[in-house]
Design a protein around this ligand. Sequence first.
Ligand code: HEM
Length: 466
Amino acid sequence: LKLQWKSRGFPPGPIPLPIVGGVCIFCHWSNLQLAKIYGNICTLWLGHKPMVVLYGFKAVKDGLTVNSEDVSGRLQTYMFNKFSRGRGILVSNGLIWKHQRRFGIATLRKLGMGNKGMERGIQTEAYHLVKFFKDKDGEAVDPSFPIVHAVSNVICAVVFGHRFSLQDETFRQLIEAYNCVVAFGNSYTYYIYEIFQWSLACFPGPLQKLESRCDFVRSFVRQEIKKHREKGTIDEPEDFIDFYLDQIEKAKNVPDSTYDEENMVQSVFDLFLGGSETTATTLRWALLYMVAYPDIQEKVQKELDVVLGSSHQICYEDRKKLPYTNAVVHEIIRFSSIILITIPREVVKDTTVLGYHLPKGTVVMANIDSTLFDPEYWETPHQFNPGHFLDKDGNFVTREAFLAFSAGHRVCLGEVLAKMELFIIFCSLLQIFKFTLPEGVKEVNMDIIFGSTMKPHPYKLCANLR
Ligand code: HEM
């Protein structure tokens, strides 16, 4: 069978079993077994579509970057289309994707991604999170909601120009709506709908619920756009919507312009979807690891105390003076490996990937997790070891196999924002609190809940003032 596949030009792979193939691709264990048998590039079959899986740092890196533009399409699945109608950034293609992505990156930079501009908003959220834990006065608490709240508010400040209080009912509904969208993406129903489209007619309930939640988010965004329009002309754009409205105006006579209200709404939707759940989940892992590895927590606190003192307001620039803490933040991102496999890519024109000819339309999936745990590139891949990001003199070092944000033309566009948030919020919390397990709890559950992001099981911890 290996020969049969090779003769068709695709990388080798197992017998084409449509559903099993589809399920296999999302399962890390089966990816590992496939890599052992067929090598780091292999083919699975979903219906009539060949899907090529890249496994291990070298294959993922080369596969996504050598002919990067050729593998920059997104697979247009039935549900992706229903959900985004080809608009926005996350699952769009062609000119729409190019315009929206380029504009998105440029605007995030203008709004201060990577510099002081966005720092203020993140510090504000860190302050509110610290206040939340202070008010709990060491009582055992599940940190999930306040963390999601803080991270979502960072995006709100960027796109809408303001934050919401923890008590704001509409904001709660917005977060709930996103939770519902994410939960749907993690459910069996989602896969059943994708594979057997006829099932939509038999069990329309979950889809109707999803659509009503998506409609809620879109009408929320439209309300915000309306408020921005009512503000009238302003000298300097202050947030993503201001910049976008400006762009619609500038491009209104450009023949192939894709800047319109529908793409603006979907781009905002995508920034929330891409930016909230991911960063919040990583922060939840961060606190869990600190409880699980108290010696590492103590070392971070010692570095913060010696270098900055207890009253210093954390800035992103501080990472340069805090090599150990910076290494811990990177190791949190590596070890939590929240995204197993990239959102499916599609080859946009006939191309070559690792020596194999792949025709237009071939699906490509990169196993990100396999790069973050590749034994050839990490000394102790299955250990939480900040030393992975330190040289022998204790200086921070970046690592080429650190592909948590993927690579190539579709690399995460919020990478810098995510790193700023994780660093500032993590340091602000550890500067003030010692995190411990609640009394009587002896074990930390480090098992993952499998889904579109790999989450920890719900847990409680105590934030004790240091
Ligand atoms: C720890 C946090 C984060 C992780 C681990 C992460 C990881 C990823 C990964 C692996 C991809 C897929 C890239 C591919 O297809 O190859 C992605 C895409 C994306 N991310 Fe992130 N991300 C994070 C935070 C953020 C933030 C804060 C934002 C928003 C500002 C964001 C916005 C996006 C968008 C819009 C895309 C789609 C890009 C495209 O299709 O062109 N992400 N991210």
